[in-house]
Design a protein around this ligand. Structure first.
Ligand SMILES: C[S@@+](CC[C@H](N)C(=O)[O-])C[C@H]1O[C@@H](n2cnc3c(N)ncnc32)[C@H](O)[C@@H]1O
Length: 394
């Protein structure tokens, strides 16, 4: 596995490639022979650390759209306006492609670069610790790490996550996406809202946002599809149990497929729900979260059908928080820069807020990103958004 194999639909999350000083530790191959890495993410409690958390040198400079968005974000209580998708253009009207600057060298990084560590996106050098058997139910690998030092002792400010680096589209959940961090930032900034709550996460991927939610919430149902992905997610929950030590808070990894009409309660199936859990979910859930889950129109439709079905069957009033990254693409079909997945997401939000079924009503609003402090080091790009949907039962 020295060389990564790229297929035509291979996708890469910017999160790992842009972490300026991250060590990407390859620990094993998963059941489908993808290299699995462990990354550590520090929760920045200190205000100064937080203020410098957006990865330096990588933020997208001002574009014609930026002013529009900032104006939108300041009006927290206004109904969600349509954001213009005017792409950045040069004087001739050509698309102005913004290239990321290489990450700046720092004294500390000089010695790192000699060892091949922490050189940013050009040189992501995995350090192979062990190649585990891939049995998802075994321990987290930590005790098998001969080089384990005090850095590997669980710390209350460090989240450790197993993930892959590059995957085919159907496995995107095995990477971490920036939307997961935006949502995690929001949760950490609103601990009182999440304290003691029952939370349902949809499309949880590696489970990082559920891990953060569980620092405050009493129960988190961390859901996704695919046995291999759910196994990885379960490992991550186990890896981070120390964050909820001494509390009764717990994360339950469960299967929840937006394209299915019901929760899977077949005990023969991995990560199935018990009847008690289904009842508990419906009786107690008040918060639903989902990060970066709208990238394919059919799946987005299925997600919104699921949101409608679940929110209208909950006993408590509920709020849904959805993060999304507006990814701009140039398409030959349109001969212009478009963002179809984002446009479809906004269309679904509009449909929800205009829905009148006599039983439930939805209020949709955008949470201004500037109001969310940054607790993790990642690139808080301007195209990263958080939306709140409040379900009001009549
Ligand atoms: C781009 S990833 C985001 C993962 C994670 N929330 C994050 O932000 O790092 C999209 C997630 O949606 C999940 N997903 C796709 N189709 C799904 C479906 N039909 N039911 C449930 N989850 C699905 C994927 O498995 C994946 O974990």
């Amino acid at each position: 596995m020295d060389n990564a194999t790229f297929r035509i639909d291979t996708v890469l999350s910017d999160v790992h490639l842009l972490l300026p000083n991250a060590q990407h530790l390859m620990t094993r191959l998963n059941a489908v022979a993808q290299p699995v890495f462990v990354s550590k993410f520090k929760i920045l409690k200190d205000v100064e650390e937080r203020e410098s958390a957006s990865v330096s040198g990588c933020t997208v400079p001002s574009t014609p759209t930026e002013g529009v968005q900032e104006g939108v974000e300041e009006e927290e209580d206004a109904s969600p306006p349509r954001v213009s998708h005017t792409p950045p253009l040069d004087e001739d009207g050509d698309l102005d492609v913004v290239r990321r600057r290489p990450l700046e060298a720092s004294p500390g990084r000089e010695s790192e670069s000699r060892t091949g560590r922490g050189r940013g996106r050009e040189a992501t050098c995995p350090i192979i610790i062990i190649q585990a058997s891939g049995d998802a139910e075994e321990g987290c690998g930590e005790e098998e790490d001969e080089d384990a030092d005090e850095e590997d002792v669980p710390r209350p400010d460090i989240i450790r996550i197993e993930h892959t680096m590059a995957t085919p589209l159907e496995d995107v959940g095995k990477q971490i996406w920036r939307g997961a961090f935006l949502l995690a930032d929001f949760i950490l900034s609103r601990q009182a809202d999440f304290a003691g709550a029952t939370v349902l996460e949809l499309g949880a991927g590696t489970g990082i946002t559920s891990v953060v939610a569980a620092t405050a919430a009493r129960t988190v149902y961390c859901t996704d599809v695919g046995e291999d992905l759910l196994n990885m997610c379960q490992r991550n929950i186990t890896l981070n149990q120390h964050l909820t030590e001494g509390k009764e808070n717990q994360v339950r990894v469960r299967q929840l497929d937006w394209t299915a009409s019901d929760l899977c309660t077949d005990p023969e199936e991995p990560f199935a729900w018990t009847e008690d859990e289904v009842a508990h979910l419906h009786d107690e859930t008040s918060l639903i979260i989902a990060a970066d889950v709208c990238y394919d129109d059919d799946l987005t439709d299925a997600l919104f059908r699921t949101l409608y079905r679940i929110t209208s069957s909950l006993r408590k009033p509920s709020r849904v928080y959805l993060s999304i990254e507006k990814r701009l693409n140039f398409t030959l079909r349109h001969m212009e820069v478009t963002c179809e997945a984002y446009d479809h997401f906004r269309h679904c939000l509009d449909e929800l807020s205009n829905m009148e079924d006599g039983r439930i009503q939805y209020e949709v609003e955008r949470v201004p990103s500037q109001s969310i402090p940054q607790f993790f080091q990642y690139e808080r790009v301007q195209y990263l958004e958080l939306w709140r949907v409040t379900a009001i039962q009549k």
